[in-house]
Write a protein that binds this ligand. Structure first.
Ligand SMILES: Cc1cc2nc3c(=O)[nH]c(=O)nc-3n(C[C@H](O)[C@H](O)[C@H](O)COP(=O)(O)O)c2cc1C
Length: 197
């Protein structure tokens, strides 16, 4: 596959040296619609999530893991907003990231969403290390996913992650391609560190 679009600008322009998966991670919309993720690799990236830290080691993350072509994939894809449906169908795997926000005794878990996010970050970095890309999404109908997977009240779908092999950016519709090559920007560290030198 020859890409006309230059994707070198996708690498993070960091002000300090970072490990490779962090430099190379970005959230594409162009996925190879024929590529699959092996069970071993899928297991590896979920294992990375499993070993994330969590409040009191409650591990309140749950995942609905769906390969392209499966009924579960269709259910997740159907629940995405149109602007995500437009590209996410090419991902090899869609994962609904679920937080157990209330424990089995009915006590709220205030850190559940935080812990889930951290587990998803682990997963994303490991996936990048495995040569895959990920793209997290908040644009979906949570109630629709709850109904589709018959989730009980203690569970909340917080985000969806597309996972796959980078595809042909030039084959995307123009509007999506433009977003794909838009400058990657971050706030300066000075703005993030409100106290500290
Ligand atoms: C919680 C969350 C929700 C997001 N929702 C969407 C979404 O619905 N659609 C989308 O295209 N990107 C979504 N993104 C991707 C962000 O826009 C992206 O991570 C951000 O612009 C930084 O780009 P980068 O990941 O390439 O560094 C989401 C990311 C996160 C973490």
């Amino acid at each position: 596959m020859t890409l006309v679009t230059d994707l070198t600008s996708r690498k993070a322009d960091t002000t300090a040296p970072l490990i490779h998966p962090l430099v190379e991670r970005w959230s594409p919309r162009a996925y190879d619609p024929a590529a699959e993720v092996s069970t071993d690799v899928l297991r590896t990236i979920l294992e990375a999530a499993r070993w994330a830290p969590s409040a009191n080691n409650t591990q309140p993350w749950r995942f609905i893991v769906a390969r392209r072509g499966s009924d579960a994939f269709t259910k997740i894809h159907d629940a995405l907003m149109g602007f995500n449906q437009a590209w996410a169908d090419s991902a090899a795997v869609l994962v609904a990231n679920v937080a157990e926000t209330v424990d089995p005794e009915g006590k709220p878990r205030p850190w559940a969403r935080y812990d889930l996010g951290q587990a998803v970050a682990h997963l994303s970095v490991q996936a990048q290390h495995e040569g895959l890309h990920t793209h997290q999404m908040g644009g979906f109908e949570g109630d629709r996913l709850r109904a589709a997977f018959d989730l009980d009240e203690r569970l909340e779908v917080v985000s969806v992650t597309a996972i796959g092999v980078l595809g042909d950016v030039d084959a995307l519709p123009e509007a999506l391609r433009e977003r794909e090559v838009a400058p990657r920007q971050r706030k300066p560290l000075d703005e993030l560190v409100i106290v500290g030198e």
